[in-house]
Design a protein around this ligand. Structure first.
Ligand SMILES: *Cc1c(COP(=O)(O)O)cnc(C)c1O
Length: 379
């Protein structure tokens, strides 16, 4: 039976308890298994709890297969280093999660892997960066922290025409709002620390795609040793059961908050793909499943101090990470994009007064009241 998303969140994957008939997945913390009967070992990505969560996530993304890692960045790094070799070239979208940029900038050169950050919305530009040794095109949409939208269909067509492996970081959308495999993308990455986990208490990452690509990632990945723990895998499975209700509420709240902020005189700019004035609203509408996610970024008026604004908030909490059930806020230049070149950062819009708000599942009225109060106090 083909299931819809909310049903998949609850019922896909899962292990039935044949011994005691409990109705949730048991946890199997065993590291060692009888080698005469099995080749199961946590670092080989094949333990019962890992496979159970992978099945759920693969179904949510309409993928053949998935693999879990100990963090989102482990998923990014393991995918790249499994598929690349010395002499290869990678095209990356200009605006990406800071940790991914730092990984590429610091590690690729050591292995003589070349790379270019390209305005991927421009087909001529893309073509001009294409080389015989180009192997991967890597995008993120909506992107962290500026919520820029990349046309996923156009990228996967470009990849297919040129024999590249296309990879998307789908963390900000979550599988509720966007399923890039439907548009022909080869690999879909999530920092499961974010929406899949959703409670700010687990660190995990995942990659979804064809059996063939996922097997080659596992084959190299077991040499890197970046598997998830069984306890965390089990917690992740439990968390995903509420993914769809959480994210649908976050979509609603975020749109309300974005509309409030965009009408406020102390706000310079609001970045939210659900707003009609967002430069790629129509692309977002076309490729997202009706919701635009829980992340809203905005720039305060030049005369305001962003730290003071954050300190005056009573409901929204200042934190590094995002996508929990509680609303949180961060200054990207002090956290996710701290290691990026300041001039480059400023040029693309990651300025000192930019704040990235992760909208939770509280009541939207309380969130708006909180933001409104802090604007009034500091304006
Ligand atoms: C947080 C994040 C990552 C990295 O995930 P970790 O779980 O922190 O390693 C990657 N991509 C995006 C878009 C993120 O927000």
């Amino acid at each position: 039976m083909s299931k819809k998303l909310g049903t998949k969140c609850i019922h896909s994957g899962g292990i039935s308890d044949e011994k005691y008939f409990g109705n949730i997945t048991p946890i199997y913390p065993s590291i060692t298994y009888d080698y005469l009967k099995s080749d199961v070992y946590p670092r080989y990505f094949n333990t019962p709890n890992q496979l159970s969560v992978c099945k759920k996530i693969a179904e949510l993304e309409n993928a053949e297969d998935a693999v879990l890692f100990g963090s989102g960045l482990a998923a990014v790094a393991s995918s790249m280093f499994s598929l690349l070799k010395t002499g290869d070239h990678v095209i990356l979208q200009k605006s990406l999660y800071g940790g991914t940029i730092n990984l590429v900038n610091t590690e690729f050169k050591k292995f003589n892997i070349s790379f270019d950050y390209v305005d991927v919305s421009n087909k001529e530009k893309l073509e001009s960066y294409l080389n015989d040794n180009t192997k991967i095109i890597y995008i993120e949409s909506p992107s962290n922290p500026l919520l820029s939208i990349t046309n996923i269909r156009a990228i996967s067509e470009f990849a297919k025409q040129n024999n590249l492996i296309s990879i998307i970081d789908n963390t900000f959308a979550s599988p509720v709002n966007q399923n890039p495999i439907e548009f022909g993308i080869d690999l879909v990455i999530h920092s499961a620390t974010k929406y899949l986990g959703g409670h700010s208490d687990i660190l995990a990452g995942t990659v979804c795609g064809s059996h063939e690509l996922i097997s080659s990632i596992k084959k190299s990945g077991l040499n890197f040793g970046s598997n998830i723990s069984e306890y965390v895998a089990w917690l992740l499975e439990r968390s995903i059961k509420t993914l769809s209700v959480r994210v649908l509420k976050q979509n609603d709240n975020a749109l309300k908050v974005a509309l409030f902020l965009s009408g406020h005189k102390l706000i310079n700019k609001v970045y939210y793909p659900g707003l009609e004035k967002h430069e790629n609203h129509n692309i977002a509408k076309d490729q997202m499943n009706g919701g635009f996610g829980g992340m809203v970024s905005f720039e305060l008026n030049d005369n305001m101090n962003s730290d003071d604004f954050v300190k005056s908030l009573k409901v929204v909490q200042p934190t590094m990470s995002l996508a929990g059930v509680e609303s949180t806020i961060t200054s990207p230049i002090q956290t996710s994009h701290k290691k990026m070149d300041p001039v480059e950062r400023d040029k693309i819009g990651i300025t000192k007064n930019l704040l990235r708000l992760s909208v939770g599942i509280e009541d939207a009225d309380d969130l708006i009241k909180d933001l409104s109060n802090s604007l009034e106090i500091n304006g």
